[in-house]
Structure formats: C-alpha cells, structure tokens
Write a protein of this length. Structure first.
Length: 62
C-alpha cells in the first residue's frame, strides 16, 4: 500500500486557510452581500477551497 506524501499537500492547505481568512475578513467588512452573511460564513468555512472561491465570485456585490 502506498502512502501519500503530505509535504505535497501543505501548499494546498495553506492556500485554503489563507483564502478562508481573507474571505471572512472581507465578509465582515462588507456592507452588503448577495444573501445573508451567516450563510456565507458557513459556505466559506465548510466549503473548503471552493467555498471561499464561491464567495469571491458570487457573494460579493462590489
């Protein structure tokens, strides 16, 4: 059985965490977004990388 080298996944984990933090800060500063803010918090936190990208492409009104 092969084992996965986790050192290859660290950049992806770091990118995911960075986008989540930036997305949550952006969401907190936004005056209005498409949909309720609590929904976007769940999408950003539980949607992993795609959740953050969805907020930046769909959720922001600006």
């Amino acid at each position: 059985m092969k084992t996965i080298d986790l050192s290859l996944l660290w950049p992806l984990f770091a990118l995911q965490a960075l986008l989540a933090v930036i997305g949550l800060v952006s969401l907190a500063r936004a005056r209005s977004v498409r949909g309720p803010k609590w929904m976007w918090v769940f999408i950003i936190l539980l949607g992993n990388l795609l959740g953050s990208l969805a907020y930046f492409t769909i959720g922001r009104k600006e």
